[in-house]
Design a protein around this ligand. Structure first.
Ligand SMILES: C[S@@+](CC[C@H](N)C(=O)[O-])C[C@H]1O[C@@H](n2cnc3c(N)ncnc32)[C@H](O)[C@@H]1O
Ligand code: SF4
Ligand code: SF4
Length: 423
């Protein structure tokens, strides 16, 4: 019955092609509206205290995520990452180490991995050799890149469609000035060239497309450029595929984080941290570590060339690290002791809020966008000062309501400072 109705509708649409446009437009609008509502809902869900404020971690049976550092070398030295402060010698992963990791991951039930921890994947000149191995073992990999190697993208994404189909471009700042200030040594033009290459690759393709996302840090250097991201990169992807993650202090020198995220009550120690309980990372030498950016191998818990992943994951060394995160007072790992970042809910609320604001108020100026986010951050910071979760939830909800009403928010005004009424 339903099928006959669908067929009838299709038939009518063919007879009246102008209807097709309107039906498609209505469909798009309906999907868009659902998406926008979800941004609001997801923001508010993150504020449930159990989601972040009371953290406790249980080791998963197998790692849920994995990254393989095929090299720790990088052509840039971004301010928030400081990869050049690592004390390890630079190196490249040998293909036999890569193959062993892939086979061990597969044997454990993990079927995909990213190709970096600290370092830049495209520095690895013989990347094709590794991708051949991954493809041969039917293992999916994804790349996060600083987009300084446009000429490499086409060759690998054309040749390895079965194993490689997602790319994450890290872009901090939507102007050349900001980008080149944060991503020290980088060229904004190369980023645009990289997006162009992917755009050309995808153009007119029905069956295969490279899935592209953009990730940016959010801090005081980028907060007043948000609508510009859409102007600069909207040709290459929808705004929904751009992610804005609050900068963290995970770096050998966290002074940039501290100076560009001036909200002390929104920051906490990353300990206990979820990484050692849920993810397995590998350094270029095949050392198994429990941190996504273990600059100086402080969380190494085994060697994949001499042990199986199952042994490492449930081994004594890994448990020792986890125990330190279960009892933070016993912590001796320097990197973890000095690791600070925003509460998890801050990142989730902010990223969802940015998308909500973009879709709800497309006309908003760059300045007003930045002001609105600043009000949100300042207000959350103030509510967190007293650890008052209900007030925090109420405040975030009321900020969404004000957006719905089209009200302009600016940091000087008292919205953040007064008790909020949503009526
Ligand atoms: C360490 S990089 C490695 C891959 C590649 N070089 C790149 O830049 O995409 C992986 C991601 O970590 C992000 N990142 C580095 N330091 C960060 C920090 N302190 N806070 C938030 N994100 C950070 C980068 O922006 C990038 O998106
Ligand atoms: S964020 Fe990526 S590109 Fe920047 S220094 Fe770190 S590893 Fe290199
Ligand atoms: S250094 Fe420690 S606390 Fe920080 S992200 Fe790595 S594992 Fe987590």
């Amino acid at each position: 019955m339903l099928q006959s109705l669908k067929n009838l509708a299709k038939h009518r649409m063919r007879q009246h092609p102008h209807l097709r446009y309107w039906v498609k437009a209505a469909q798009k609008q309906w999907e868009g509206r659902k998406r926008v509502d979800n941004y609001r809902r997801n923001s508010l869900i993150c504020l449930e205290p159990d989601n972040d404020l009371n953290r406790s971690f249980i080791k998963t049976e197998i790692p849920l995520a994995s990254n393989i550092e095929i090299t720790n070398a990088c052509n840039l030295n971004c301010l928030m990452c400081n990869t050049k402060l690592q004390e390890r010698p630079y190196g490249l992963m040998e293909p036999k180490v890569f193959e062993r990791i892939i086979l061990e991951l597969k044997a454990t039930g993990v079927t995909s991995a990213g190709l970096h921890t600290v370092g830049e994947t495209f520095i690895y000149k013989e990347l094709e050799v590794l991708l051949e191995i991954a493809q041969h073992h039917n293992f999916r990999v994804w790349i996060s890149t600083n987009a300084q190697f446009p000429e490499r993208i086409e060759e690998v994404y054309t040749k390895f469609q079965k194993t490689l189909n997602d790319i994450r471009i890290s872009v901090d700042g939507a102007t050349a000035k900001t980008f080149e200030y944060i991503r020290v040594g980088g060229s904004f033009d190369k980023v645009i060239e990289s997006f162009e290459v992917i755009h050309q690759l995808n153009e007119g393709k029905q069956n295969f497309k490279v899935g592209v996302t953009l990730d940016s840090i959010l801090n005081s250097d980028t907060i007043y450029e948000l609508p510009l991201y859409n102007e600069q990169f909207g040709k290459y992807m929808g705004f929904e595929d751009m992610n804005f993650w609050v900068v963290t202090g995970l770096s050998p020198d966290n002074s940039y984080f501290k100076s560009t995220f001036p909200y002390p009550n929104l920051i906490r120690s990353e300990v206990p941290c979820h990484f050692p309980f849920a993810s397995q990372y590998f350094t270029y030498e095949g050392k198994a570590t429990l941190c996504c950016r273990d600059y100086n191998e402080e969380l190494v818990v085994g060697d994949i060339m001499t042990s199986s992943l199952k042994e490492i994951w449930s081994g004594e060394e890994a448990e020792k690290v986890r125990d330190q995160h279960r009892k933070p007072e016993s912590l001796t790992i320097n990197a973890c002791q000095n690791c600070y970042g925003p509460h998890k809910f801050v990142e989730n609320v902010i990223n969802n809020f940015i998308h909500y604001l973009h879709f709800k108020r497309p006309e908003i100026s760059t300045e007003e966008f930045g002001d609105t986010l600043t009000v949100l951050l300042e207000g959350m910071d103030q509510k967190m000062k007293n650890g008052d979760t209900p007030a925090l939830q109420n405040f975030v909800k009321s900020t969404f309501d004000l957006i719905d009403r089209g009200q302009r928010l600016s940091p000087e005004q008292t919205h953040a400072k007064e008790p909020i009424s949503t009526s």
